[in-house]
Design a protein around this ligand. Structure first.
Ligand SMILES: Cc1cc2nc3c(=O)[nH]c(=O)nc-3n(C[C@H](O)[C@H](O)[C@H](O)COP(=O)(O)OP(=O)(O)OC[C@H]3O[C@@H](n4cnc5c(N)ncnc54)[C@H](O)[C@@H]3O)c2cc1C
Length: 401
């Protein structure tokens, strides 16, 4: 076992640290563009498809670097949904044609992707989704209401999970189907399926309204933290997609979704390691410099132990995140390792952020300290990509319970 980093890995980490600092200094709306320009959205995508072909351990290290300097966790969450939730899934289950069609543009950020799975009655229990994917002569017609979709209004394509409605008039297919639903091209697909006159009408309608493609995106929600992730509802209103939109086999959508979640859970909080590292350095400095009654508060065992506990939470999260990434690099299923990593890193980040705030006393409670919003950001991490309760269930099942 080798816990060291190679010079090449360190170079990627340092490059991403610098890129994160650049993105941090940019206006919120420009941050994703900065990340894209600097190559952060293509790191693990194969070289022949426009990426850098990095393994997942190195990719995690790169995102740790980004998190060390870019304080906008929402944008990093959105980058992760795009890269880990969709691009890595495409690289794993997409056909060569799908990979060629999507990955080069996703690697550069010219095409942004996100996951649209959650519904009012199906968050933790994805198997209960009510969105429908009805088969048509030209592919599928997707209808349904998704919510809490990261980067919803900026995404060009949604990885959606829907109930396979089967062929009209025929026996309904069973289970869920996973599809890539483009935001804008759906009208074109619908047009292609219609006769020439109807096609002209459809195009004219598409030009008239933003919703003509059948995708409607609501306004970003006022979330407690992670505002940069721009969570919003997405409504699919009879979106027509071709057969090339299908990811994996028809009816195997739940398994495809689990693969996507495994990559996402393994890597989505890698950036949080960098954020914790940065915060830990500041916490140590504060505990040493803040003096009360003529001595540094670090002299109180309770204070020193609080900071030591922060270090423990960081290091245990780090081990589990890199372990999960390594497992996937070895071609293993990695489902339980990814669940352990996400569960532990998410809960540790919440406790870490609380300790960081408590360490400062009243000053920590001031908005300007950034610590209350760090708590809010960390809380979001314990809900997206599977709540900690759900991840505990994944681990329990893995143990045969
Ligand atoms: C910041 C953020 C970003 C998100 N981004 C996306 C996104 O990009 N795409 C997307 O599709 N969704 C996204 N989500 C939605 C997220 O995946 C869901 O909120 C989450 O899966 C929980 O679903 P729910 O909100 O419906 O809660 P519910 O599933 O209703 O859960 C309610 C409570 O019951 C518990 N619970 C439910 N089932 C079980 C179980 N089997 N075992 C133990 N406890 C259980 C949960 O842990 C929770 O405490 C995001 C959410 C957040 C907060």
């Amino acid at each position: 076992m080798d816990f060291g980093w190679t010079p090449a890995q360190r170079a990627v980490h340092d490059r991403m640290r610098a890129l994160g600092a650049e993105a941090d200094a940019a206006a919120p709306d420009d941050r994703m563009r900065v990340l894209a320009r600097g190559g952060a959205l293509g790191l693990p995508i194969a070289r022949e498809l426009g990426g850098e072909g990095l393994d997942l351990v190195t990719t995690a290290l790169a995102y740790e670097g980004l998190g060390a300097t870019l304080r906008d966790g929402g944008v990093l969450l959105a980058a992760g949904a795009h890269l880990f939730g969709v691009a890595l899934l495409l690289a794993r289950v997409g056909t060569p044609a799908q990979q060629r069609a999507w990955l080069p543009r996703m690697a550069t950020g010219d095409c942004m992707a996100t996951v649209a799975a959650t519904e009012a009655g199906a968050g933790s229990d994805v198997a209960s989704v009510q969105a429908r994917a009805d088969r048509t002569a030209a592919g599928y017609r997707v209808t349904g209401e998704k919510r809490y979709v990261t980067w919803a209004d900026r995404a060009d394509v949604y990885f959606a999970v829907a109930r396979d409605g089967g062929v009209a008039g025929g026996a309904p297919a069973r289970g869920l189907t996973a599809l890539l639903v483009p935001r804008a091209a759906a009208a074109d697909a619908r047009a292609a399926a219609a006769d020439a006159r109807a096609a002209a009408d459809a195009r004219a309608a598409a030009a008239d309204t933003a919703d003509a493609a059948g995708v409607r995106v609501g306004a970003p929600l006022a979330t407690a933290g992670l505002r940069g992730a721009r969570l919003a509802p997405v409504s699919f209103r009879g979106c027509e997609v071709g057969p090339d939109a299908l990811l994996g086999r028809a009816g195997a959508g739940l398994a495809v979704f689990q693969i996507a979640m495994t990559y996402e859970r393994a890597l989505i909080l890698a950036f949080r390691l960098g954020a914790m590292e940065r915060a830990l350095g500041e916490a140590v400095r504060f505990a040493r410099e803040r003096e009360l009654g003529g001595q540094a508060i670090a002299r109180h065992q309770a204070v020193a132990h609080r900071v030591a506990q922060m270090k423990l939470r960081l290091e245990t999260s780090r081990l589990l995140v890199y372990r999960a990434a390594w497992e996937l690099d070895q071609g293993q299923r990695g489902q339980a390792e990814a669940a352990l990593a996400k569960w532990h890193a998410a809960d540790s980040a919440v406790l870490f952020a609380l300790d960081d705030l408590w360490l400062r006393g009243g000053a920590g409670y001031l908005e300007e300290s950034g610590l209350p919003s760090a708590v809010d950001d960390a809380l979001g991490g314990s809900i997206h990509s599977g709540t900690s309760d759900v991840l505990a269930t994944v681990v329990a099942r893995w143990l045969g319970l």
